[in-house]
Design a protein around this ligand. Structure first.
Ligand SMILES: [Zn+2]
Length: 272
């Protein structure tokens, strides 16, 4: 989302919003202020906070954009009308490309929010930005009695880490995804701080270099995420998975878990 914010900023900042067109009933998450309140306002800039891109308009109004798992953002030179499949919202800017957000039709997880001055909406509950000094300080000091992987993904502990990056961060830090965060020793915490910064910074560099569509789904751009059964990039052992109802996490038993294979409940249920 950070690279997307940079691209949108370059394309749209400084222009006046001429049109806001909701493309589905459910994706606009706020009732007041109405989206019409944004029309005619100049887009001052676009930033990224957690998994949200934040369009900041004059007068303290903001529009938040969350792409969910499969959202896409298109910038189009010509004016497009009609409802695209999986449409979320379309924004028209004075003399600039038109911005259209869509997502895979079944998902319905992408959304947008219109916030008035002083209203932080869903941003209010976010933890420190994962790449910030505050996040590093939190990792060094937290006593949270939670497992590492879900703690990393919880936007209220650290903001901006999804499932894929959580897999890669645990792998790079050589830590079990189920290690208890508050029990990590100082050396492990330093590895974690370095892994969070390294994985997210490299991802940003990669995303900046990318051409073409601005999709939210990052596909296969991960070191271990979605690569169960493939060789570990560190030790060349086989990457394993732990399956959940609709997803899985991937890890290296050798690099992260002292050669232990973690219980995969779904697999054990099938074998029973
Ligand atoms: Zn390994």
């Amino acid at each position: 989302m950070a690279a997307l914010a940079e691209r949108l900023e370059a394309a749209l900042a400084g222009s006046r919003l001429e049109q806001v067109e909701p493309l589905s009933f459910s994706s606009l998450k706020t009732a007041t202020p109405g989206h019409g309140q944004l029309v005619g306002r100049t887009l001052a800039g676009i930033t990224c906070r957690g998994k949200y891109d934040v369009l900041c308009f004059e007068g303290g109004f903001r529009l938040l954009l969350h792409l969910g798992q499969s959202g896409r953002v298109r910038l189009e030179r010509r004016t497009v009308t009609g409802r695209p499949r999986g449409g979320v919202v379309r924004l028209g800017f004075d003399g600039r490309p038109q911005l259209t957000v869509t997502e895979a039709a079944k998902e319905r997880r992408a959304g947008w929010w219109v916030l008035g001055p002083g209203d932080d909406g869903p941003l209010a509950t976010l933890g420190p930005e994962a790449t910030s000094p505050q996040a590093a300080a939190l990792v060094r000091s937290t006593a949270a009695s939670r497992q590492l992987h879900p703690w990393l993904r919880d936007q209220q502990s650290l903001a901006g880490i999804g499932r894929g990056y959580a897999d890669d961060i645990c792998h790079r830090a050589h830590l079990s995804p189920f290690a208890i965060v508050g029990r990590l020793d100082p050396a492990e915490r330093e590895r974690l701080v370095g892994a969070i910064a390294g994985v997210l910074e490299e991802a940003l560099v990669r995303e900046r270099q990318r051409q073409g569509g601005l999709e939210g789904d990052l596909g296969d751009r991960f070191a271990v995420h979605r690569r169960a059964g493939s060789p570990c990039p560190g030790c060349h052992g086989v990457l394993e998975r732990v399956s959940f109802a609709s997803t899985e996490l991937v890890y290296c038993p050798h690099c992260q878990c002292d050669d232990r294979v973690l219980a995969d409940r779904r697999l054990s249920r099938l074998l029973r």
